[in-house]
Design a protein. Structure first.
Length: 147
């Protein structure tokens, strides 16, 4: 057996120069692709978990929502869970923009509080650490003041 046949495996191709000498074996394209897809590559980082309302939070929110539906002020709601915030939107009619948004943003938990109630125009009505206290801004009844 000469040197050209010795190191050549089934995946290797042997090149010969015109003078009869054998060149180094070169890996086949398939073997090259297998080497690129080796387990040494770092796996992608896991996606951040979704922010959601837990059962107690939803109980408080739906309690306020139920009272307002019984009073005839609200008719519909939507819940959106994202990577950074969870939003409970309240509608007077289905086709409108939300009257209020109740948001949970865990990034603000140590600063201003994770919970906030935002009006239709974007005004933050109340923000805090305690959801029940933040939702109390929606339960206040407004009185007409005449002069």
């Amino acid at each position: 057996m000469d040197q050209t046949e010795q190191g050549a495996g089934p995946d290797d191709q042997t090149l010969s120069s015109g003078d009869g000498r054998a060149a180094k074996p070169r890996p086949s394209p398939e073997r090259h692709l297998r080497l690129l897809a080796s387990p040494a590559e770092k796996p992608a980082p896991p996606a951040p978990p979704q922010v959601t309302f837990d059962r107690l939070e939803l109980g408080l929110i739906l309690g306020v929502y139920g009272r307002k539906v019984a009073q005839g002020e609200w008719r519909d709601y939507a819940i959106d869970f994202g990577r950074q915030t969870a939003v409970f939107s309240v509608f007077r009619r289905t086709s409108e923009t939300p009257l209020y948004r109740i948001e949970k943003d865990p990034r603000l938990a140590r600063k201003q509080g994770a919970y906030s109630v935002i009006a239709a125009g974007g005004l933050v009505l109340k923000r805090g650490h305690d959801l029940a206290r933040v939702l109390s801004v929606l339960d206040k009844s407004f009185r007409l003041v005449t002069s």
